[in-house]
Write a protein that binds this ligand. Structure first.
Ligand code: UTP
Length: 295
């Protein structure tokens, strides 16, 4: 049985839904309270036993490399000021046994294309794909749940959740046959269908554990109507040869690629944050009661 050691983080997208915030700063660095989205994603991957993080970066994404690198200046200042707790925080962003590797996607030509850019680094072993703008909360963490399902069934696994029917054009949508309450054998996957063309209301939630055969299927795909090479089309092609499972994970999905999903995550995380819990909760209740939101 092969273990899952590598995770690909495609972070080369355009981020148009968050402009102008994403004009010079990556969407994946947007903070939810005090931690960037990409750090939550990395922590989830590390908790699943991943030891190599492969970032597919693009224009304007250097700050992600800096975030996971040592910062001598900040560490020096915190040391001099005796701020040990903050020093530990910046020194432990990535555990020392975990390695970061970076590859560029010259243009954002789709998630499938981003994965192809990481193909050589992944090689011929199963690997995870983590989309940092999907923030998932679960216990155990969602990617760890998926690695368990992968090890059990020895085939590719895609994380899914139910969505509202009118949201279909924001998701890769799957349909198939349920084996049990959480596991479905996928028969069909369609990228961002219109509501009347969606095969179900079960959508992919930004986590995949894939067999390396996906690269062969992606290379054989032609770009879609918008010129993008979609991962969902590669997976649909994979279904001709092998099984792919949809896993309805135990946890919560925040679609932080949208403003509403990002705000929901921010509120929920603030309500659980040790520094903010009490004061934010009180403020929020007051705000809701008097309906007097600032404009
Ligand atoms: P999204 O489609 O949600 O991100 O891709 P986007 O394209 O940046 O967002 P909008 O639609 O313009 O607002 C999901 C993830 O895949 C990455 C993105 O960076 C994001 O983390 N991605 C997407 C790539 O790395 N390359 C691509 O060509 C497309």
């Amino acid at each position: 049985m092969l273990s899952v050691r590598k995770a690909v983080f495609p972070v080369a997208g355009f981020g148009r839904r968050f402009l102008p915030a994403t004009k010079a700063s990556p969407k994946e660095m947007l903070p939810v309270v005090d931690k960037p989205l990409v750090q939550y994603a990395v922590e989830e991957a590390v908790a699943a036993g991943i030891t190599q993080l492969i970032f597919v970066t693009g224009r304007g994404k250097r700050v992600i490399e800096d975030h996971f690198d040592k910062s001598y200046e900040i560490e020096q200042v915190l040391k001099l000021q005796g701020q040990q707790a903050l020093l530990d925080l910046v020194q432990n962003i990535k555990p020392s046994h975990v390695e970061c590797v970076y590859v560029r996607q010259p243009e954002p030509l789709g998630l499938g294309h981003a994965l192809l850019c990481a193909g050589k680094l992944v090689g011929k072993e199963p690997f995870a794909v983590v989309l940092a703008d999907d923030l998932l909360v679960g216990e155990p963490p969602v990617l760890a749940q998926m690695v368990r399902v992968f090890s059990h069934y020895d085939c590719s696994v895609v994380a899914v959740k139910e969505f509202e029917p009118e949201e279909s054009s924001a998701y890769g949508v799957v349909s198939g046959r349920y084996w049990d309450e959480r596991v479905m054998s996928i028969g069909k996957i369609v990228e961002k269908p219109a509501p009347d063309a969606a095969p179900s209301n079960i959508g992919v939630a930004g986590r995949y554990v894939l067999m390396p055969s996906i690269f062969r299927h992606l290379r054989a795909q032609l770009p879609g109507v918008n010129g993008k090479l979609e991962l969902s089309d590669g997976i649909q092609s994979m279904l001709k040869d092998e099984q792919v499972l949809a896993y309805n994970f135990d946890g919560t999905h925040y679609n932080c690629g949208t403003k509403l999903g990002y705000l929901k995550a921010t509120v929920d995380f603030a309500l659980c944050h040790p520094e903010l819990r009490g004061s934010f909760d009180a403020w929020l209740r007051e705000r809701i009661c008097d309906g007097n939101a600032a404009r």
